[in-house]
Each structure stands twice: as C-alpha cells, then as structure tokens.
Ligand binder design. Structure first.
Ligand code: ADP
Ligand code: MG
Length: 682
C-alpha cells in the first residue's frame, strides 16, 4: 500500500495531465491517496420498487426495460430533450433527459436498466427526470457518491477507483498489527477498502467503516501521544516555588476560588516533584479571568529565577496581555517585553538581546515568538492563550526554545471534559467554572432590522450615562449585497444617528499599528462606539463597554456569537447583547433563541454541537488537529476511547513504533500529521 503513495494518479487509464490536476485538487495525487479518498455517501440501489408503487417525490430505484430508442427534441435556447419510455412489465415510466447527447447510445431498446431518481406524476402517468442509471445485469447494489469537483464527477472518480484496485499488491500489508486487529474484531485493510468503495451490502459497508474509523483515530492518538511524549521524557525539569500568596496581593481584586484552584494545580505540576514538565489546559468561559491565572504562574516562575513566555493569536490580544500583565507584575519588579510583527528592527534587536541575557523575565507576543532568532536565557514556562488558533506544531516550536519548559494552554472553547481528555491525550485540565463576583447575566435580545433605530437609541442612552458600545458588522469588502460593509455602515451611523459622536472603526484590513491605536483609544474610554468586524472576537477586555449590537447575527455560529457577546458583561454593570437579524430559516432562528436563553458557554457548546455538528470544533482551524477523512470525534466517541487505549498500549510496548509490525502505523502517523506541518515523527 505504502508504495502506491508514490504511484502517480496518471498511471490509471483515462487520467491525463488535465484530469490528474483535478484529482490533485481533491487531495488524491497518487493511487494510494485515491484509495483513501472515501465516498461521502452512498445510494442504495438494492431495493427496487415497482413503478406503480414508487413513492412520489422520494429517491428510489426502478428496474425497467427500455421500450424504444430515446428521441431527440430541440426546444428553446438550444436546449435538447431526450425522451423514452421504460416498463417493469406492469406500468410504464416516462423518462426525460436534458442536453445529454449520449443518451440515445447509452439506453438500448429491449435492455433492462436500474434507474435511480425521484418519480413524479399525475393520475396514472409516472415520470422521472434525468435519473441516474446503469445496466441491471451486474449492477452494483450500492453506489458510492464521491465529493466531486468541476470537471470530475463522482462517476468518473468511481471509474478511476475501479482501476486502482488491481494495483493493490497481492499480499497487502495491513498497518494495524494482526493481534490488535483481531482483538478489536476489525476486518483486514483489503476488505475495508473494497467495501468502503464498492460495498456489497449495507452490513459489509458498516464493517469497513468501523475498521477505517478505528484506524484513523488510532493513528491520530498515536501521533498526539507521541507529540506529548517528547515533553514527557524529561529527566530534569524546572522546579518552581509557589509565590502565589505574594501575587494575590498585587491584584486589584480578590481571586475566585476557581482561579486559586487552577493556580495551585499548575504550581503543583511545576513544583518539581515529578520528573515531567507540566502540560495543562485551563478552560474557562469568556470573562472567567484566565489572564490573572497566567499572570500568577508567570510571577512564581520569575520569582524562582526563570523566564516565561506568553503567546497570543493576534496582535491586539498580545498588546492587551502586555498591558494587563505589566499592571500586575511590573510593581513587583518583573521586567516584561512585547514582541509582535510590528516592532521595529532596532527595538527588536535590543529586546532579543535582553531576552538572551535574562534581562527580560517575561516575553509576550504573537507567533513572532517562535521565529528562529528568539532565544531565551532560561525559559521555564510557555503559555499559549486561546489555543484553538494555534497548531499543535506552533506550540511545540515555542516549547523547543527552553529545556523541557512547563506548558500551559488557555482556552475559552468549552469542550466537554471527556472529549478534551481524549483529544489532547492525557493533558491535565483545570476548569474555571466560576465567574468573578458581582457579574450579572448579559441580557440578550433578537430584533429585526426595522427595530434598529430603537436599538440605536438604547445605545445612546448608555453612552450618555458614560458607557461604551460595540457594533459588530460582518465584512469590509464592498459589493456584498445586503451586508453593509463596515465603512459604509459607519457612514450611515454617523449621518443618521450619531453625528455628534466619534466612532472607532476596526477591521482586518487595517495595519497592525492602526488597529492598536483604535483599540487603545477605545480601551481608554476615548471612543464611545466601536464598529468592528469579528477581529474583536477573541479575548478583548474593556469592562466599561456594556452593550454589543451584532448585525446579521444569523451569519455566525453559536460559539462565535458567544465569544462576541463575551466582550460585554466584564464589569459589574448590567450588560446587553442585541442580535439584529431578519433570518427566516429555522436553524438560524434556533441558534438565536439559544443565545437569548442561556449565557452558559458549556450549554452553548452543546447546542452548537447538536446544530452544526462537530466539524467546527474539531476542524484544523479550531484545534490545530489534522483533518480526519472518515472519523467524527463526537459521533465516534466510543471508538475514540478504544483507539486511545490501544494507542497507549502500543506506545508502552514500543515507544518509537520501530518494531517491524508497527512500521505501517508509523508511516500513517507521519502522513496524517504531515498536513499540519508537524515534523519530528521518525
Ligand atoms: P478571560 O477568561 O475571558 O480571558 P479575563 O482574564 O480577560 O477573562 O478577565 C475578564 C475581566 O475580569 C478582566 O477585566 C479582569 O481584570 C477581571 N477579573 C478577573 N478575575 C477577577 C476577579 N477574581 N475578581 C474581579 N475581577 C476579575
Ligand atoms: Mg482572555
């Protein structure tokens, strides 16, 4: 099988250069990759109905004999119809095809075919429009449907697949070792591939799926566990003393119990009592106070004579962390540095030098932190904020800048705990399940656009009382139809509603410096209104902002709406979230209702999972995990558990997967993680 991954797709008959490009686009540049290109669905042609009994308007299969060669009729605009009639012996079915000049040659008089499509009709007349069909003799019972691309249809992909099978070696090496395969009751790779593409029955398809899902999750777990292992093999690690009591005195507020717990759990991990560095996830809903937890840990690390680094996904956030951590920590004599893409070359040089000599204790920044020329004196703690924006590999590269530094990941995406444990291997988790005292529920309303003027009055009332407001609008580009761009939108706001107020504008096309300036002015209370795209989404903290109005709210997923809403309700004043939407579709309405009903991040995550499926949670963009082809982390939870246990056992017996019968798996791990750019599997 492995060698098929170096066999160009063009070895297949009928695949020339042009078509090869299309296969490449689908992620199948080689024969091996093609075999791993699984169907996205199936049509079950095995159950036929008679023409008379066919349910109207539903997909079904009919076996019929062609009564006459299809006739050709030209109608308006160069459109050509092909018509014929088929019979099942009892009733007739009228078929129509559009603009397909091959039809007369494909349907032979007197021959039986299977037709798959929707039946319509009036009285006793029955019709089908452009059904799919194949000869009844030797017809496959279940037809695979592949994700196609322009110029390459599902049927063409299926034809190429048929040619790929004979290329499989006679003795096919199964990456899953025999004993494990048997213990798990899984079929062999050959059977799985044959039946995922050309299943003989629904049962054989289920058997194939189970095996391929297990294999994929096993490979994923092996990869994740190995990534972790690299940080778990440390023999010596930084021993950190607990200075947290001293730190709490630096804060302008009293820490919540949840914050105290998270800090003491992390300090325990770092105390040097185990030979492993910390690897902990702090999960806390928006506004739960993750920044103070990070600050407490940096404080103890630095007081213990070491350095710490904090990486944020955007420049705005890095800047904000720098500001708030400076507030907490500078009075204790801690020296902080800020490194982002927009720091000037001269400043950067000085900064890097001070970092290397240990004159800077805490470096905060964007992914600029992982560039090659950043060298620490004695890095003991690496923190990444809002981790779903970083890839597994980016976190790993930052860690590589120290000697087995402790690792803390902060996330506002509430993943059910059991799921998180399985995704991240045996990462430890602290949950901030308590909001700082005095916080009030954010009231959330949905209004239609007709009520917008009243909503603006509501904003004005709060501005006059000294508070600030966010308005979120979706896009910057012009010509987006009904969606006003940020700039046009702001023009209208100024002209019709807030001519006396200064309005800040924030969007992705601004230069980093301009963004920062706007954000800084808003944070300082100089701008009463900030009109923004979702760049404010993650982590921005301005407690004096108490109303957020979200335009085209139906365009966002629940989790994103929840993150956006979390920009308000950060102080002790009652805050409001206004969702503006004229959406009519049911799914969108359910989403908006969910937002109005609850502000609990975990409940929202659950609802999101149910409404949209797990793709958005577990896609590469969210978690830095590789894309999965067939498994679904929420649906296949049980298999995920089994795969994780199996992966642990395998690595326990053979940590490097170097035994001959584990080589196949090792290759698969390398391939799965190649796409997210994680190297180091060898
Ligand atoms: P997030 O978890 O979303 O990152 P932040 O760390 O930005 O939340 O904290 C949100 C706000 O709450 C900040 O203004 C912060 O100073 C404040 N805060 C954090 N912890 C407490 C606390 N224990 N008591 C009062 N305010 C707090
Ligand atoms: Mg935050």
């Amino acid at each position: 099988m492995a060698s098929l991954f170096s066999k160009d797709i063009m070895t297949l008959q009928g695949v020339g250069e042009k078509r090869a490009k299309l296969f490449q686009k689908l992620g199948a540049p080689t024969v091996g990759a093609l075999l791993r290109y699984y169907p996205r669905g199936y049509e079950d042609w095995s159950r036929h109905t008679s023409i008379a009994a066919a349910p109207l308007g539903e997909l079904c299969t009919i076996r019929g004999t062609v009564l006459h060669r299809p006739t050709e009729t030209r109608i308006r605009n160069g459109m050509t119809l092909y018509k014929t009639i088929v019979t099942d012996g009892d009733s007739d079915l009228h078929l129509t095809f559009f603009n397909n000049r091959y039809i007369p040659n494909l349907l032979t008089e007197g021959t039986a075919y299977l037709f798959y499509g929707k039946v319509s009709g009036m009285g006793s007349r029955r019709e089908m429009s452009s059904p799919e069909f194949c000869r009844a003799e030797g017809a496959p019972p279940i037809v695979p449907i592949y994700r196609q691309t322009e110029g390459l249809s599902s049927r063409q992909i299926s034809n190429a697949m048929k040619q790929a099978f004979p290329l499989l070696p006679e003795i096919l090496q199964d990456p899953i070792p025999d004993d494990l395969r048997q213990a798990q009751g899984l079929c062999h790779l050959r059977y799985a591939l044959e039946n995922i593409h050309f299943p003989k029955t629904m049962e054989s398809l289920a058997i194939a799926r189970r095996r391929l899902i297990f294999e994929e999750l096993l490979v994923l777990q092996l990869g994740l566990l190995q990534l972790k292992k690299r940080s778990k093999t440390a023999v010596s690690c930084h021993a950190i003393t607990d200075y947290s009591e001293e730190f709490w005195k630096l804060l302008p507020f009293t820490p919540t119990n949840a914050q105290r717990r998270a800090v003491s759990e992390a300090l325990h991990d770092m105390s040097g009592t185990t030979p492993y560095p910390m690897n902990r996830l702090v999960q806390g809903d928006v506004g739960s106070g993750k920044t103070a937890v990070a600050a407490a840990l940096c404080h103890s690390v630095i007081k213990s004579g070491k350095q710490a680094a904090l990486m944020a996904p955007t420049e705005i956030l890095a800047k904000q962390h720098f500001a708030s951590l400076s507030n907490f920590l500078a009075p204790a004599g801690i020296r902080l540095g800020l490194l982002t893409g927009s720091v000037t070359a001269a400043k950067k040089r000085a900064l890097l030098e001070q970092l290397e000599t240990g004159e800077i204790d805490l470096l905060i920044g964007t992914h600029a932190l992982i560039s090659d020329n950043v060298r620490f004196h004695d890095l003991a703690l690496v923190i990444t904020d809002e981790q779903h924006r970083f890839g597994v590999d980016q976190r790993a590269s930052l860690s590589a800048k120290g000697e087995n530094p402790h690792l803390l990941v902060m996330s506002a995406t509430p993943i059910p705990r059991t799921l998180a444990l399985m995704i991240y291997g045996d990462l430890d988790i602290s949950v901030l399940n308590e909001r700082p005292p005095g916080r009030q529920e954010i009231e959330t309303y949905t209004i239609d656009s007709k009520k917008r003027p009243r909503a603006f009055q509501y904003l004005r009332k709060h501005i006059e009382a000294g508070y600030q407001c966010y308005i979120i609008c979706p896009l910057i580009e012009e010509g987006q139809g009904d969606m006003a761009s940020v700039l046009q939108y702001t023009e209208i706001l100024k002209r019709d509603y807030f001519s006396d107020l200064e309005i800040g504008i924030l969007h992705g096309k601004l230069k980093a410096k301009e963004k920062e300036e706007v954000m800084a002015r808003f944070a300082a209370g100089e701008l009463p209104i900030l009109v923004s795209t979702t760049v404010v989404e993650v982590g921005v903290d301005v407690p004096n902002a108490v109303v957020i109005l979200i335009e085209n709210a139906e365009r966002y997923g629940l989790s994103q709406l929840h993150q956006l809403r979390g920009r308000v309700g950060r102080g002790n004043v009652k805050s409001t979230c206004i969702l503006v939407s004229d959406a009519q579709n049911e799914e969108a309405i359910t989403r908006l209702k969910t937002m109005c009903r609850t502000s609990d991040g975990f409940q929202i995550a659950d609802a999101d999972l149910r409404l949209r499926g797990p793709g958005d949670f577990f896609g590469t963009n969210q978690h830095g995990l590789p894309d999965l082809k067939i498994a679904d982390m929420a649906e296949d939870l049980e298999t995920l558990q089994q795969a994780q246990a199996a992966a642990k056992a395998l690595l326990h017996a053979d940590p490097g997967l170097s035994e001959p019968n584990h080589r196949g798996l090792r290759g698969e791990v390398r391939m799965l993680f190649a796409k997210v750019g994680t190297n180091g599997f060898n």
